[in-house]
Design a protein around this ligand. Structure first.
Ligand code: NAI
Ligand code: MG
Length: 491
């Protein structure tokens, strides 16, 4: 197999070629024997590429390469590492359109969403992280006069999911590199091509050999081999609660740090003085980004009980307006689900809800053998039913009634998760007071969007995870702390 033939899917506009059948270790594209994993376009079912299902030996080689590169990389001044992140951001900007199209073809995300989240956002994350690293006090005196030194934690294992694949890689890569760590990346087997693209960009902009390594493969084989194989000092994982628990347990056995981002069941609290129409329409929109396959999707809409019917009607109408189709077509506002597993999971939740007597608007499977499911609004459902409690990870919004502010907060917090929340009120100060009572890592008032500078911490309370991504808090995750007592000089 030739390691450097470009994929059919991206050949046309290809400024960046996507190697096939190879992983990126120590700055080299290393061929891995064996059949590999076919990558499908979920909108059409077509095979758009193939990546290796890397074995344990290949995984171990990647860890060794990251370890060998660590001393030199971590000894560089932070400003120099930051310059590499800026160069990588240049690469994302220069090749953003190609990357967005590739990502849309892999995930099924409508192209405008892909441009924003898979190309533009990663560039911003890289640049803002570079700036944070330049201004960061890697050495400082504490109140006792001791020197506090922050050192890179070491070799990082980054395991990422398929839903916002480029962003999720960069959210680990940027702070890890800024901190002086080296990294082995293991992207989701559903969407590995964009990760290969990112590794190619790292190569293109001259990030030193071994600082960024990429191995592809299935979770149960390659992922498991990496996690069990050791050789890393921190594992940063984004994905399901089930696998997060497993990885956290393995890391705990070897007393290795784990940061876990594990999804949610986020509430949108609409108070009685809010503009109901705006709150409901915006929640529908936010919930159905990427067909609802979004860890912080506001998937539980909590409205004043006496206005529940009205809210359901508004949401159902907004849901009906979605145009499902090819993610690369301009008219499309919702693409397919990412996989058959995901489709069946979503349909299973809806079927169980109907069987329990819930009202479901929408939620139809568009074509028997396809992955398109129309967005669904679910109401008349018990607070303890699975569709209310579990992460669906699809275009399903549940509407529940509350009996006022305290009851709304009770419902908002009545979840195993705590990743994010939204609060709607005609009085922003009231909304902010309610926000303080919600147990979630991020609370948005009146639908405020992510600011242009993406540095606010993101991560979960409770079962939504451990640790934070984005901004200075992300950088801290990748640093070890040392106190030097009796140090005469602060260098
Ligand atoms: P997953 O947790 O199985 O996969 C995430 C990553 O972990 C992938 O790279 C996968 O290859 C890897 N992985 C799987 N098993 C592993 C193992 N034993 N050792 C090491 N790595 C392993 O998530 P999956 O199956 O793709 O999605 C299932 C559900 O998880 C979704 O329906 C959704 O509810 C949730 N999810 C949450 C995400 C979030 O952003 N927090 C992202 C993706 C999924
Ligand atoms: Mg899985």
């Amino acid at each position: 197999m030739n390691a450097l033939t470009s994929t059919q899917a991206v050949a046309e506009a290809a400024a960046i070629t996507i190697p096939q059948g190879a992983v990126f270790i120590g700055g080299q594209w290393v061929e891995v024997p064996g059949g590999g994993i076919d990558v499908h376009n979920p909108a059409t079912g077509a095979v758009i590429g193939n990546v290796p299902d890397a074995d344990a030996e290949t995984c171990a080689r990647a860890m060794v390469a990251a370890r060998e590169a660590l001393a030199e990389w971590s000894a560089r001044p932070a400003a120099e590492r930051a310059d590499f992140l800026d160069r990588l951001a240049d690469g994302f900007e220069a090749h953003g359109e190609q990357l967005a199209r590739l990502a849309s073809s892999e995930i099924g995300m409508p192209l405008p969403e892909s441009r924003a989240v898979q190309a533009s956002l990663p560039a911003k994350v890289l640049r803002s992280t570079a700036d944070i690293a330049r201004g960061f006090a890697f050495e400082a005196r504490d109140a006792s006069g001791s020197t506090i030194v922050r050192e890179p934690v070491g070799v990082v294992l980054g395991i990422t999911p398929w839903n916002f694949p480029v962003h999720q890689i960069v959210a680990k890569l940027a702070p890890a590199l800024a901190a002086g760590c080296t990294i082995v990346l293991k992207p989701a087997e559903l969407t590995p091509l964009n990760a290969v693209f990112v590794a190619r960009l790292c190569e293109e902009v001259g990030i030193p050999d071994g600082v960024v390594n990429l191995v592809t493969g299935a979770g149960a084989t390659t992922g498991e081999a990496l996690v069990r194989g050791g050789g890393y000092d921190l594992v940063s994982f984004t994905g399901s609660l089930k696998i997060g628990r497993h990885i956290g347990a393995v890391a705990g056995e070897s007393v290795v740090r784990a940061t876990l981002e594990l999804g949610g069941k986020s509430p949108a609290v609409v108070l009685d003085d809010a503009d109901l129409e705006t709150a409901v329409r915006t929640t529908v929109k936010n919930c159905f980004v990427n067909a609802g396959q979004k860890c912080n999707a506001p998937s539980r809409l909590l409205v004043p009980a006496q206005r529940r019917e009205e809210a359901v009607a508004i949401a159902a109408e907004a849901a009906r307006a979605y145009v499902l189709g090819d993610p690369l077509e301009d008219a499309t506002t919702m693409g397919p689900l990412a996989s058959e597993v995901q489709r069946d999971k979503v349909l299973g939740f809806l079927e169980a809800a109907r069987a329990q007597g819930a009202t479901v608007h929408g939620g139809e499977l568009v074509a028997e053998d396809g992955l398109f499911v129309r967005p669904a609004i679910v109401s008349d459902v018990a607070e303890d039913s699975p569709v209310v409690r579990d992460e669906v990870f699809g275009p399903v919004l549940v509407v529940l009634g509350h009996d006022g502010e305290d009851d709304a907060i009770r419902l908002a917090n009545d979840t195993d998760y705590g990743l994010s929340a939204e609060v709607w009120s005609g009085d922003e100060a009231r909304a902010a007071r309610v926000a303080r009572r919600i147990k979630a890592g991020q609370v948005r008032v009146n639908g405020v969007r992510t600011p242009p500078l993406p540095v606010s911490p993101f991560g979960g309370y409770k079962a939504s995870g451990l640790g934070r991504e984005m901004g200075p808090f992300a950088l801290e995750e990748f640093l070890e702390v040392k106190a030097i007592l009796g140090d005469p000089d602060l260098t």
